[in-house]
Design a protein around this ligand. Structure first.
Ligand SMILES: [Mg+2]
Length: 364
């Protein structure tokens, strides 16, 4: 069936993070912005995707509207690989990651939603079948840079039933505060978002070692310094996680060949969507490397991550952003209970965005 319309729907949602509003790129972040990608076929069937956007949401929305939509409209909605390959080839001179690749990721997810709805089957079934319907979720805290806030929020996440907590901190005092607040035994990870040289990262890993971390995430700048990450793995004494900034599966092959990761973290709204996530994850699985979903999302991106995780052979933890939104884009249908997410069983992704949230929070 032909694609009739491709539209970016931007939501701006108020949020609370259990501390002061985070600053990003020089500005306080007042809203969580989301770019939903709505795709309609000639017979009126609608699929929904989500494109990575964060604080550069204007760029992703423009890429959907001005670059992705004109190419996709008129193509066969069932030809997902062909459409994505065409888009990647046309726009590769603008980079192999960034707004255009995020925008086509949103389109791809919407096309899978449509494929599932047309077949009357969940996306996980199209991927070979769900191996589990309850998915382990972990709380992914914001960066507070304040040991007291880190302790308070870590303890609260454990009380809410999350079986694992991830910090976004770079100093030992905050890591120690979390471990002391959580007690021994609850898995703790630290995501640093690429701050250090290789030598600095090795030194930090050694400082963090006493706090029994399950992994240290993206400790090195730039993120694609895989030889550097491999050195941190060997000399730092901690397991290394990386991959959210790798925006095609070939990059995962390079990463794995360099022995750069103990845990790989493909991100469905960035990597090119569901099929590319699957290819990256399968490469890792074939080498016995753990897969964890990079999924601090609240809409179709979270749902897609869940279907992918459910269809994988090994257990794939799902990242849940530690953040109370003013309204849930999925109408509360997908909320972690006791640190576990229930996989939706309906066709496609299993849940459309809540029309009331689209009405009340869309940016015009
Ligand atoms: Mg991360």
């Amino acid at each position: 069936m032909t694609i009739r319309a491709v539209e970016a729907v931007t939501l701006a949602l108020p949020f609370e993070v259990g501390g002061p509003k985070p600053r990003f790129a020089g500005k306080p972040r007042e809203f969580v912005h989301m770019i939903l990608v709505r795709v309609e076929t000639a017979d009126g069937l609608v699929g929904w995707g989500e494109a990575f956007s964060h604080v550069a949401w204007e760029a992703t929305a423009a890429a959907v509207t001005h670059n992705i939509a004109p190419v996709a409209i008129g193509r066969d909605a069932a030809d997902i690989d062909g459409t994505i390959r065409t888009l990647r080839q046309i726009f590769h001179l603008f980079g192999r990651t960034g707004a255009i690749v995020f925008a086509l990721s949103g389109l791809e997810i919407a096309l899978w939603d449509l494929a599932g709805k047309r077949a009357g089957k969940p996306v996980s079934t199209l991927l070979g079948g769900a191996r589990r319907d309850r998915l382990p979720a972990y709380a992914s805290l914001m960066r507070y840079g304040d040991p007291e806030l880190v302790a308070r929020n870590s303890a609260k996440a454990v009380r809410r039933g999350f079986s694992m907590v991830k910090l976004h901190e770079i100093h030992e005092a905050e890591v120690r505060a979390a471990r002391e607040a959580m007690g021994p035994g609850v898995p703790l990870t630290v995501d640093t978002n690429c701050p250090w040289t290789v030598d600095e990262a090795i030194a930090a890993a050694r400082r963090f070692a006493p706090y029994d971390l399950l992994w240290l995430e993206e400790p090195v700048w730039p993120p694609e310094d895989y030889a550097g990450l491999a050195r941190v793995r060997q000399e730092g004494g901690l397991r290394i996680a990386t991959g959210e900034n790798a925006c095609n599966s070939l990059e995962f092959e390079t990463m794995l060949r360099a022995c750069a990761a103990d845990v790989v973290q493909p991100s469905v709204t960035k990597i090119g969507g569901i099929a590319e996530w699957w290819r990256a994850a399968k490469r890792a699985e074939a080498q016995g490397v753990m897969v964890a979903a990079h999924s601090p999302y609240f809409g179709p991106g979270l749902l897609a991550s869940m279907h992918l995780a459910a269809a994988m052979e090994g257990e794939v933890p799902i990242e849940i952003h530690w953040c109370e939104l003013g309204a849930s884009p999925l109408g509360g249908a997908v909320l972690p209970a006791g640190g576990v997410l229930a996989l939706p069983t309906g066709p496609g992704l299993g849940c459309d965005p809540d029309p009331a949230v689209l009405r009340d929070f869309a940016v015009m």
